[in-house]
Ligand binder design. Structure first.
Ligand SMILES: CC(C)(COP(=O)(O)OP(=O)(O)OC[C@H]1O[C@@H](n2cnc3c(N)ncnc32)[C@H](O)[C@@H]1OP(=O)(O)O)[C@@H](O)C(=O)NCCC(=O)NCCS
Length: 134
């Protein structure tokens, strides 16, 4: 299904005329008239390192959630590295919970022989005769 990103929001937090934090998100909608994904997505949230632990990140995140909610979304998603303790704690504090995990495989073509993903079955002659192009 094709999706459309719309309703982009970028927030900045200013202190003494300097930007000390920013957050952004948007609404994801299906392009067709079918039931499907319709949710808010938080794209980024960052606070200047010398201004952290002052409540700026939390204030930006709350404002972003409110604005996405006013745009009609009833679910908001984001991606975060589970090792990013500050961010995970902040998101958890505001009620975010893990809904799915992204799995990752590092592939090294020169090292395939010893890897579990090395093909073990011989494909059918029909398949063998096909060549695959980049
Ligand atoms: C994550 C980040 C935005 C937090 O911003 P912040 O302004 O420092 O956070 P706040 O002061 O608003 O803290 C709010 C809550 O976040 C959590 N938190 C923030 N920093 C934390 C830290 N270093 N360790 C543990 N918890 C932390 C706490 O739950 C805190 O609530 P509390 O003060 O009641 O304990 C900031 O650390 C940052 O910019 N990190 C780098 C960019 C990044 O990782 N962005 C998220 C990408 S998904």
């Amino acid at each position: 299904m094709k999706i459309r990103k719309s309703g982009g929001i970028i927030l900045v937090s200013e202190l003494d005329g300097k930007i000390v934090g920013t957050a952004g998100g948007y609404v994801v909608r299906p392009t067709s008239n079918v039931d499907g994904e319709h949710f808010g997505f938080i794209e980024f949230l960052i606070v200047d390192p010398s201004h952290r632990r002052l409540g700026i990140g939390e204030a930006l995140l709350k404002e972003l959630i409110m604005r996405l909610a006013f745009k009609g979304v009833n679910e908001i998603c984001l991606e975060v590295d589970p090792k990013n303790e500050a961010a995970v704690k902040l998101y958890s504090k505001l009620g975010f919970a893990t809904s799915y995990a992204v799995m990752q495989l590092t592939v090294n073509p020169s090292d395939v022989e010893s890897k579990p993903y090395r093909p073990t079955l011989v494909a059918s002659p029909k398949l063998q005769s096909r060549s695959f192009k980049d």
